[in-house]
Design a protein around this ligand. Structure first.
Ligand code: DAH
Length: 367
């Protein structure tokens, strides 16, 4: 570096001389091929560095009356040069004040993420019900026996519990049964939580993750997703349930889809039904996907069992709330469906495990 000799010791010309050195250091940091260690040696090296040379040429050689002015500027310059080095080593972009914006440089691009197919399907199902005036309810995945079973009319030791292959939390045996923790096996406990918090009328959709002790295979996963629904008001009948679900299936799968209801059993609904839709692949003619029946079973539903309202009232009293779910005045329906199976049908996914594999080659297909 060429260091001119100082002849003029006014503050203005000292400022100009130091500024030009500062600019040179700044440009060196921003230059292509910048290397931190090389810059440190060149500028801050104790024996050969530019700052050492400037100290010798400007500071040491200065007349005594200018020493203080030059010393202050030299210290500031050293701090600035050290600052450039630290910023550049940390990856910050140091742009010389004089350099303009180079529009010919390639831009830095950020890969945009997309919704996971399960999250997307779940949001679409929830959206269908939101447009009918339903609110969204959520609840915990670690649940107590009371919410997952007892209040939903699964008595202790009742065989209906066996259908739920429950994963229980360890070391709960010291607690009363209703307080023991488990991984929720369905989203239905959020029905109870919601009714404890709110008085009727109630219209809720409840999306969420659930867990069961199922061995993983092409159609089973120990973690999966459900969307639950609950509608409680005066004069709610089975026709309201049928009309609501028929509309929801048409809104989700297309207006040509038909629904049919079969008697079934769930402890928390009476009567209960399984709902089938006409096969979305063959339109009902019969194909491999619907096992040549023309129908696909999709969800469970029913009229809320009065025993559930009673359990809610009982618990509301224990919590100091009014028992407002008066079974002489109100009724309701509920339904529950598996999101994974619906997403697999919709996107033609043959193995449920792919939804949980985190494999980018699979996920990128939904981008
Ligand atoms: N909770 C049920 C299950 O996981 C699904 C279900 C069936 C939910 C009927 C409901 C219902 O709300 O009414 O097997």
């Amino acid at each position: 570096m060429n260091i001119p000799q100082l002849i003029d010791f006014t503050e203005a010309s000292l400022d100009a001389a130091f500024a030009s050195v500062r600019n040179e250091a700044e440009a060196a940091v921003a230059a292509p091929g910048f290397e931190a260690e090389q810059f440190r040696l060149e500028w801050l090296g104790r024996k050969q560095g530019h700052l050492k040379a400037i100290s010798d040429a400007w500071l040491k050689a200065a007349p005594p009356e200018a020493k203080k002015l030059i010393g202050q500027r030299f210290n500031a310059l050293k701090e600035q040069v050290e600052g450039f080095l630290i910023a550049a080593s940390a990856g910050a972009v140091v742009k010389p004040a004089s350099a303009g914006l180079d529009v010919t440089l390639p831009g830095s691009s950020q890969r945009v993420g997309v919704e996971h197919p399960l999250v997307k399907t779940m949001a679409e199902i929830v959206g269908v019900f939101q447009r009918m005036g339903y609110s969204v309810g959520l609840g915990p995945e670690v649940e107590s026996d009371f919410y997952n079973f007892e209040a939903l009319n699964f008595p202790p030791n009742h065989p209906a519990r066996d259908t739920q292959d429950t994963l229980v939390v360890a070391e709960q045996e010291g607690k009363p049964l209703r307080e023991r923790l488990l991984m929720r096996t369905h989203t239905s406990p959020v029905q109870i939580r919601s009714m404890l918090e709110q008085a009727p009328p109630l219209r809720l959709v409840i999306p969420g993750k659930v867990h069961r002790n199922d061995a993983a295979d092409a159609t089973h996963s120990p973690v999966f997703h459900q969307v639950e629904g609950l509608c409680v008001d005066t004069n709610i009948t089975f026709s309201d349930l049928k009309g609501t679900l028929d509309h929801a299936m048409k809104a989700f799968f297309g207006s040509a889809v038909k629904t049919r209801f079969f008697p079934s059993f769930f402890p928390f609904t009476e009567p209960s039904a399984d709902v089938q839709i006409s096969c979305i692949f063959c339109g009902g003619k019969g194909c491999r996907k619907c096992k040549y029946s023309g129908w696909i079973e999709l969800l469970g539903c029913g009229m809320v069992d009065p025993a559930v309202f009673e359990a809610v009232n009982q618990r509301r009293i224990e919590l100091g709330h009014d028992p407002v779910y008066d079974t002489r005045r109100i009724s309701g329906f509920a339904f529950g469906m598996g999101v994974d199976r619906i997403a697999m049908m919709k996107y033609g996914i043959s193995d449920i495990g792919l939804l949980y594999s985190g494999d980018m080659r699979f996920l990128e297909q939904f981008a």
